[in-house]
Design a protein. Sequence first.
Length: 295
Amino acid sequence: ELGWMESVPYLDRPPSPLEFYREWVSPNKPCIIQNAITHWPALKKWTSVYLREVVGPKVVSVAVTPNGYADAVFQDRFVMPEERQMPFTDFLDIVEKKVTSPNVFYVQKQCSNLTEELPELVCDVQPDIPWMTEALGKKPDAVNFWLGESAAVTSLHKDHYENLYCVISGEKHFLLHPPSDRPFIPYELYQPATYQVSEDGSFEIVDEKSADKVPWIPLDPLNPNLEQYPEYAQAKPLQCTVKAGEMLYLPSLWFHHVQQSHGCIAVNYWYDMEYDLKYSYYQLLDCLTKTVKVL
């Protein structure tokens, strides 16, 4: 059934916990949920003026890259961003183009940065999504805050989380692949490295020499090199746009590539996945794909 989904379906209301688990979590199917976060104060309050007043000059972690790609393959390396500690107001100046920079800035630290770095904003959303918490019988492992420039792009990858992605302002553009597309999606091992700023302000790529190689997807799904990765022609990506006030349920193990409108604000909730039959199926598919390539 996953192989012929032509679009991501919409729900016009948040489901009951049982309905959500039965219809979406268990079959591992994505959906966009409307009217699930319309009561959040953040939808009206989270303007630049408000964020400046509430968060102000507080120092936060900001991912900085020369090209907008953090945690992505570049020059045969898996390159992570510079994690710059900077006042939140300075970051807003860059997003609002009051200050110009040749680099790309993105608040995207995925360590529950909403609760850990920006607790002043939690009261404007929710610490969890009650019907999801009841459906899964657990609280989220992390609640993350996202705000950045339109040039910031999330490369194709998957997560071991059930993800509820809530857009507060602007739009997020997702390209999705179901786990069943794994045979058509290339993985390679890469030396991990990090962007570091040199004295002249330019970036250099510095290897993390003691770290193990990282398996990552080198392919750009927006401009795939089918000569190098011909199998990808058999994959069937889904594309969807999540608008302000909407929530995307992104199931665990789904591959996703993400773009955004400039200054888009979002909050996502990561619930740990169940390592059940779905996970076993994916592991089998992954092993078979690797074996076929060796043969």
